[in-house]
Design a protein around this ligand. Sequence first.
Ligand code: ATP
Length: 135
Amino acid sequence: SERTLVLVKPDGVSRGLVGEVIARIERKGLKLAALELRTADRAVAEEHYAEHAGKSFYGDLVEFITGGPLVAIVVEGTRAISAFRQLAGGTDPVEKATPGTIRGDFGLEVQFNLVHGSDSPESADREIKIWFPSL
Ligand code: ATP
């Protein structure tokens, strides 16, 4: 079994898609190991997106992710990292994510792509420590 860090980003929360995302995670057979509604402060956002520091969209990304409440979730199960990325769909909700995925069904813009999921075991460990230091 494996753990991954999922965020329902502020656009997902404001659009009322938290239940929809959780339902898809649960129907896939994955388990919720921790879950919290919170507003990320700048330090947490910058740590989470450290790999994007310096990119053109980094400032907007940090503003957006700290701009309202989000839901942070630790998801657990067999191959949880790639299983959730499959549920999420590609980063660009129109050009990459296919219908049937969270982004493909509900998103239009790259910045407002509703969810985040860790992309490797190393990222998952790092991100779970950022959002849930006590786990
Ligand atoms: P995430 O890390 O959120 O799961 P991802 O791994 O699919 O997304 P990354 O390339 O790591 O995509 O980009 C991180 C996030 O930064 C994206 O989810 C998106 O919200 C934002 N982003 C990426 N590229 C752009 C861009 N060109 N313009 C605006 N925002 C972007």
